[in-house]
Design a protein around this ligand. Structure first.
Ligand code: 1PZ
Length: 207
């Protein structure tokens, strides 16, 4: 908006990008989502990793490389639908490194942030460990290997405090609450839309 012009924080940029995606999706009747703007919005999320400390460097590399693969494919595949169509035809939906698999992982990342923000807003704990661990346990842990789950739970001990995180993000409690709510609301239809891409093709989501 006008008051953010030039002074937007990373969180407000993320919220804005997902609101735009979400309104595009709504305006075409939840029928189509372009791959390039989707990847652009997903890339913005990377700034959050910088706030988490070195323990989550591996998560950042994982996430960023999957978004980059998808972004590179956007020259060939215009929409999220076309990625699924391609992988269904070549029977590679769940093949490691395939675009449909990377899309599923990126979707889990978006949902993790959503859960994390929700937990952040429902507690005033100075430590983020509880909020982050609960979000991870619910959204991602069921699909991750033991080794990854162990590394994540070790990393949880090195998270910044709530105040440190707000400071790094250049937010106050009030402004962070506003921007996180915007993301929580705007990302939900995107996440549900991505799930529907698989479900409508009779692909289960237990992976
Ligand atoms: C203050 C908040 C702190 C929250 C910290 C939460 C950190 C969660 C870290 C998750 C680490 C996942 C690392 C590696 C996962 C891989 O096993 C899979 C492999 O997929 P495959 O190649 O087998 O298909 N990769 C992923 O799931 C993609 C990466 C997802 C990472 C999402 C992070 C979301 C952002 C967190 C927040 C800021």
């Amino acid at each position: 908006g006008f008051e953010d012009a030039g002074t937007g924080t990373p969180l407000s940029a993320i919220a804005e990008a997902f609101e735009e995606l979400s309104s595009c999706l709504k305006s075409n009747g939840y029928d189509d989502l372009r791959l390039k703007p989707f990847c652009d919005a997903c890339s913005l999320v990377s700034v959050l990793f910088g706030c988490l400390g070195i323990a989550f460097k591996f998560a950042e590399l994982e996430y960023v490389s999957k978004v980059r693969d998808l972004a590179e494919a956007s020259e060939v595949f215009g929409s999220l639908n076309s990625i699924l169509d391609y992988d269904v035809r070549s029977d590679t939906v769940r093949t490691p490194g395939s675009l449909s698999r990377n899309l599923r992982r990126v979707r889990q990342g978006l949902d993790l942030i959503r859960a994390l923000f929700q937990n952040f807003l429902s507690t005033y704990d100075d430590s983020l460990k509880e909020a982050a661990s609960m979000a991870y346990a619910k959204v991602c842990a069921p699909y991750h290997t033991w080794a990854v789950r162990t590394a994540v739970s070790a990393g949880m001990c090195a998270l910044p405090t709530r105040d440190q995180l707000l400071m790094k993000l250049n937010e106050t409690d009030d402004s962070a609450e506003r921007e996180m709510r915007r993301y929580i609301d705007a990302s939900l239809p995107i996440i549900e839309y991505i799930d529907k891409l698989y479900i409508s093709r009779s692909i289960t989501l237990d992976w």
